[in-house]
Design a protein around this ligand. Sequence first.
Ligand code: ADP
Ligand code: MG
Length: 560
Amino acid sequence: MSSRPVVILSDRLVDLIAAGEVVERPASVVKELVENSLDASASRITVNIQAGGTRLVQVADNGVGLSEQNALLAIERHATSKLTRAEDLEDILTMGFRGEALPSIAAVGRFVMETWDGSSPSGTRVVIWNGKLSKVEPCARPRGTTVSLSHIFRNIPARRKFLRSRGTETAWCMRVVEESALSRPEVHFEVHVDRGSPTTFPPASDLRDRIAALWGAADVRGLFPLESELDGIRVSGFISAPNQTYGRRSRHHVLVNGRPVRDPGLNRAISSAISSVYPSGRFPALVLSFHFPAGELDVNVHPSKREVRVRNLPVVSTLLKRAIKDLHNITSPVRRDYTPQPPAPGGLASEGNRLFGASCVSGEATASLPMEGEGRVIGQFLGTYILVEAGDDLRLIDQHAAHERIMFNRLLSLRGEEGGPSQNLIIPALVDLSASEIANLLEKKDILRSFGFEFEDFGGTQVRVTAVPARISERIVYDLLKSLAADFGKGPDLPEEVALLISSRACRMSVAAGRNLSPMEMRRLVQDLEDAEAGFACPHGRPTSVSLTRTDLERLFKRR
Ligand code: ADP
Ligand code: MG
C-alpha cells in the first residue's frame, strides 16, 4: 500500500481545525465577542441572538474600537494587542490573549466587523466569508465595534448536526451573557433574542444588585454573603441556604480572577466543601469569585479558557469550608424563618437536619379509620409513613413515594385531554427567573401545556402562570416552576422524563408544606395508590409500601 504524502496544511484548514476548538456552538461566539468587548473597555454591550444563534450572533460595543490597519491585523491568526512577552502569560489581566477568536469565528460563517476608533474620519467594515476576506470598505458608525456572524457552520455540516434545538442554543447563549454580566456588574448589557423584548442588565453598583437583575429581587434575599481568605487565595460571593437547592448547577457561577469558568476541579473542591451542609446531589445557588495570586493559577490550559489549572485545590476546599462555617454562625437565627424541607430520600445530610431543627415526628392523625377495600388506616408514623391494617398484615406506606406514583400516573393519563388536566389560578402567579431559565421553560412549553401548565413570558425576569395541572396545590406553583426551570437545563425531552421531574418536585414540595396528613387525606392517598397502575413502586422504582405479616410479628416477638 502506498503511503500518502505529508503536506503542510493550508491556512484555510488550519483555521478550520482551530475554529473547531474555539467555536463549538453559537454560545462560544457570544462568549468570545463579549470578552473582546469587555477587553475594549466597553461600558455598554448589546447582544443579538437570532434562531438560537444559527441565523445571527451579533455583539455591539462602545469600546475603544480599531483603526483600519488594526482591524485587518486583528483577523489574522495569533494577532493580539494583549500580550507581547512570554512573562505576561503568568499574570493575565485581560479576558483574551491568544489572538485566536476572531479568525476562528470568521472561519465558520459570514463574518462582518464594523469598527471605529475615532482616529480617522470614518470607520471600517470588513466582510469575511468562510475565512476568506471578501470586502474592506469605509463605514459610518459611532466609536466602538460590532461583530456579526451569520450562517454559522453552513460549511461544516458535521458541526451543524451537533447543534441542539434553537431553544437550547439560545439558553446557552443567554447563560454566557449572564456569566459575563456577573463578572462585570458595572457594564450595561442588553440582549435581544429573536423578536422578543430585550433583556437588560443595567449598570449595577455591586454584585448583589447584578444578581438581583438576573434572578429577581426575591431570590437575592435568600442568599448569604460569604467571604474568606487563606494562603493568599481569596473568595467572596453569595450562596443560598441548604433548603434552596437545585438538581443541577444551573445557578452555579464561578469566577476566577474575574473570569467566568466552569472547571471540574474547582467544582469538585466546592462540592466537597459544602457536602456536610447541603443535601447530597443537590446544588445551592451560588456566585463565587475567587482571586488567586500569580503563580497559583494557569489560565492558559483550554482553548476557550473555560477551564483553569489551580495549583492547590485542597486549600480552596478548606477556604470554602471555613467560609460556610462562618456563614452558619451568622445566619442560623435567620434560617428559622425558612420552611424546612423534609428529608429527601437518601438526601439531606443529618447535619443539615440538625441545622434547621426539622422535627420529623407528627403528633396528629393517630385516629384509626375505617377504609373501603383492602384495609384500615390506623395512623401515621414520623410524618412519613401511613400505617394500614390490611387483614392479617400491617402495611407501611411511604407517603412520599405513593404521592409521586399517583401524580406521575395522573400527569401522563390526563395528557392532552380536553379541559381535563388544568385548573386556572385565581390570581396568576408571577415567577422570578433568570433569562436562561425562562428560555429553558419556554422550550418545554408544549409538553408542559399538555400536562396542564399555562404560562407566558412576562418580560424581564418573570413568567406569568395562569393554570397548573389539576390537584397541584396553588401554594407550590411558584417554587415548582422555579425548580423545573432550573432543572430543565439540557434535558429532559421526553414527556415521561418531564412528568417524572414534575411529580418528584411537586410531591417533595407539597409534602413539605403539610407532612401531617389529615385522616381524610391518608385514606384518599391509600385508595389512589390501590387504584394506581404500577402502584407497588414510585416512578423511580422505590417500593411504595412494605408489609409485616402476622407471622413476621410472631417471629419477632418469639411467639413462634
Ligand atoms: P484576543 O482577544 O485573544 O487578543 P481575538 O482574536 O479575540 O484575540 O482579538 C484579536 C484582537 O482584535 C484583540 O487583541 C483586539 O486588539 C482586537 N479586538 C477584537 N475585538 C475587539 C473589540 N470589540 N473592540 C476593540 N478591539 C477588538
Ligand atoms: Mg478575544
